[in-house]
Design a binder for this molecule. Structure first.
Ligand code: FES
Length: 107
């Protein structure tokens, strides 16, 4: 991401529950926000394996389990950690400022 990439307001930080995931729309994109140990992470919300939204899945530690076929990704870098997913999820830089979650979507 370049330094000129805008930071987009995605949510109130308190709207992301501890150790859970929510779906938000940011600039027309479906994004999943996760909070693990007080840190917020952002990825695409759509699973790379099929048509399922990860915000409907189950977060355990840093792993999100897809609700459709139970594939898993690490929310820190989007890497696939459990079959049948093989393609990484796209992740986005997160910044918390004045209690709001900001994301950089473009690079
Ligand atoms: Fe997510 Fe198949 S759609 S694992």
């Amino acid at each position: 991401m370049s330094n000129t990439t805008p930071w987009l307001d995605a949510a109130d930080a308190s709207d992301v529950p501890d150790d859970d995931v929510i779906g938000v729309e940011v600039a027309g994109r479906d994004i999943a926000l996760y909070k693990v140990d007080g840190s917020v992470f952002a990825t695409d919300n759509l699973c790379t394996h099929g048509h399922a939204r990860l915000c409907d899945g189950f977060l355990e530690g840093h792993e999100i389990e897809c609700p459709l076929h139970q594939g898993k990704f690490d929310v820190r870098d989007g890497s696939p950690t459990c079959a049948p997913v093989t393609e990484a999820l796209r992740c986005y830089p997160v910044r918390i400022e004045a209690g709001r979650v900001f994301l950089q979507l473009e690079g």
